[in-house]
Design a binder for this molecule. Structure first.
Ligand code: MG
Length: 369
């Protein structure tokens, strides 16, 4: 199969609510949406989930645009493809730039599943027909956070995640735990702590947290192992796991008891599946993180979360949690804490192209020669 055309859309959408962590507040979300079209007229969609600034990983929307237009797309347009797995292998000689690579790779996975006439979930060997949804509650005053949590629980979410840092941890979490003794509560530190804070983090053991996500540095695997040895609360690695090799190292060292998988962060769906398989072998449960993404990347995460070792509810919230209007039809909805896995071919959602055009700030089209 040959790709005949690649369309890039640099889009901007306003979040329903600004998203705050200790590192960044995101109000307007830029993305690069990618459409690939083959020689039979089938098309597939992908999404680059890098942020406008490099606060989460080193990539930005502009670095991704550069990598795609200068390196990845010319290569993609030259080759014959027999499997979407080949994309990752082909782009491997260029270092990192995982979110840019994942964006174009996703589009080709969607295309292959559509050509096969089956859902992406089925195409990758998924087993679940619905996936459990969790939600992230942004940092705020304790009253407002309790209020938001109440609303989310009423909407059916089974797992609540809150962001923490040394200025907002035990006290804030105790207020939440006292009000909701039984909810599945997990905390994400986005690297706000160092090993010197081990005692402080140990105090969180009394709160019966589902896990503490990425307490230490984004590039650390060794100190997390030391921290995990002293904690009852399972450590989950997010930013630290950007490749299968990182996951292997973390498993070997005992750096975590859980891994969060995000397709963009690990450089694509092939890597995400391989990390899932490795973790399954070692009885490490995994779950799907979210990236404040549009419905396109979310659709990929829904399909990914149908693999059997995704046993913890992911950040797979409804479109309406983030956007006035999403780029897919129908939007992602959560009912009784679950998202139904679409059965249509590929990602199973239609991309609302007129709407994509409306929110596009920059567009580029590339054709095969
Ligand atoms: Mg995280």
């Amino acid at each position: 199969m040959k790709i005949e055309k690649v369309d890039l859309f640099l889009t901007s959408m306003k979040l329903v609510q600004p998203f705050r962590t200790h590192q960044e507040t995101v109000t307007d979300r830029e993305s690069i949406l990618i459409k690939v079209t083959d020689d039979t007229g089938h098309s597939g969609w992908g999404e680059v989930v890098a942020f406008s600034s490099p606060w989460y990983t080193e990539e930005t929307i502009e670095t991704a645009w550069h990598m795609l237009t200068e390196f990845f797309i010319p290569t993609i347009l030259e080759q014959e493809w027999t499997s979407p797995r080949e994309v990752n292998e082909t782009l491997l000689h260029w270092k990192r730039n995982h979110m840019a690579k994942a964006g174009i790779e996703m589009a080709i996975w969607d295309l292959f599943a559509k050509r096969a006439g089956i859902s992406l979930s089925e195409y990758i060997g998924g087993v679940l027909k619905e996936v459990k949804a969790g939600v992230v509650v942004s940092m705020d005053s304790p009253e407002r956070m309790l209020n938001t949590i109440e609303n989310r629980i009423n909407e059916g979410y089974e797992r609540i995640k809150v962001k923490i840092d040394p200025a907002n941890d035990y006290q804030m979490l105790k207020v939440i735990r006292d009000s909701y003794p039984d909810i599945a509560l997990l905390v994400d530190a986005n690297s706000a702590y160092s090993l010197k804070d081990a005692e402080r983090l140990k105090k969180l053991d009394s709160l019966n947290l589902l896990m503490i996500e990425q307490p230490l540095a984004a590039d650390d695997i060794v100190e997390h192992a030391e921290l995990q040895r002293g904690l009852l609360t399972p450590v989950c690695l997010d930013e630290s796991i950007v490749s299968l090799q990182d996951a292997r190292n973390a498993v070997k060292l005992g750096s975590c008891k859980v891994i969060s998988i995000k397709i963009g962060r690990v450089g694509g769906l092939a890597n995400a599946i391989d990390i899932h398989d490795l973790c399954a072998e070692h009885e490490i449960p995994v779950w799907c993180g979210g990236m404040l993404e549009t419905g396109i990347s979310r659709a990929f995460h829904i399909a990914l979360a149908t693999l059997p070792n995704f046993t913890i509810p992911g950040d797979l919230s409804a479109s309406s949690r983030y956007w006035e209007k999403d780029v897919i039809i129908p939007e992602v909805v959560v009912e009784d804490g679950k998202v139904k896995v679409p059965e249509g071919p590929g990602i199973g959602f239609k991309v609302d192209e007129p709407f994509v055009e409306q929110i596009t700030k920059r567009k580029a089209t590339y054709h095969s020669k």
